[in-house]
Design a binder for this molecule. Structure first.
Ligand SMILES: [Zn+2]
Length: 212
């Protein structure tokens, strides 16, 4: 698959808290960071996302008495998974991993998500209420981007919802599978099924050919 000038690479949540030693570590997260940095070198347009919460974020289990992380609760916009506190604004955990600093530096824009304490945000396009847009679709359209390549963390949450919303917004979406890692097998299988149903293509990084 050849990269073109109207493609963009979306680097999803390549942050310390999602890597080994972080507050919400995804197994193998740190290991894909060098690959993500190499991928970013090949694209003219790179966009990064950054999970960016305040301490009173609704999805933090610590903000709900007696609730455990990795259980679901009912909130105003539906079911919400509870997480350990992670990616708090201005903390080291919210910083980009040191191996992707070059990609973050190259990024045309950094979309920060989950900053509203009352609404979590997985997708780079919409918050979890499914109504509040981040503005990313407009940015990409105005830049003439037609196809999005996705990599980062976690495959079964933020990569998944971003890829699905990309299709809904009229973009082609390609997930670079070996440049992603998932939180859990079951949700990863659900993500894969969703991709197949929506026409999200999955490739390996080695399948990409640089454009001239
Ligand atoms: Zn988060």
């Amino acid at each position: 698959m050849r990269i073109t000038a109207s493609d963009a690479l979306l680097v999803i949540d390549a942050q310390n808290d999602f890597c080994e030693g972080g507050a919400l570590a995804v197994q193998g997260g740190a290991g894909i960071m060098p690959l993500i940095a190499r991928l970013a070198e090949r694209f003219d347009t790179v966009i990064a996302t950054q999970d960016w919460h305040t301490p009173d974020q609704i999805s933090f289990a610590s903000n709900h008495d007696g609730a455990a992380a990795f259980t679901e609760i009912e909130v105003a916009y539906g079911r919400q998974m509870l997480w350990p506190d992670h990616c708090v604004q201005g903390t080291v955990g919210a910083d980009f991993h040191s191996d992707v600093v070059s990609a973050a530096t190259k990024a045309l824009a950094v979309v920060r998500k989950g900053h509203n304490p009352a609404v979590d945000s997985y997708s780079a396009f919409y918050e979890n209420d499914r109504r509040t847009a981040t503005g990313l679709a407009g940015l990409l359209r105005e830049r003439g981007v037609q196809r999005l390549f996705l990599c980062g963390l976690a495959y079964d949450y933020c990569v998944r919802f971003t890829a699905e919303d990309a299709v809904h917004e009229g973009f082609e979406a390609v997930v670079i599978e070996d440049a992603c890692r998932a939180i859990a097998e079951e949700t990863a299988a659900a993500a894969k099924a969703g991709f197949t149903a929506l026409g999200v293509v999955e490739i390996a990084a080695a399948d990409l050919t640089p454009h001239s």
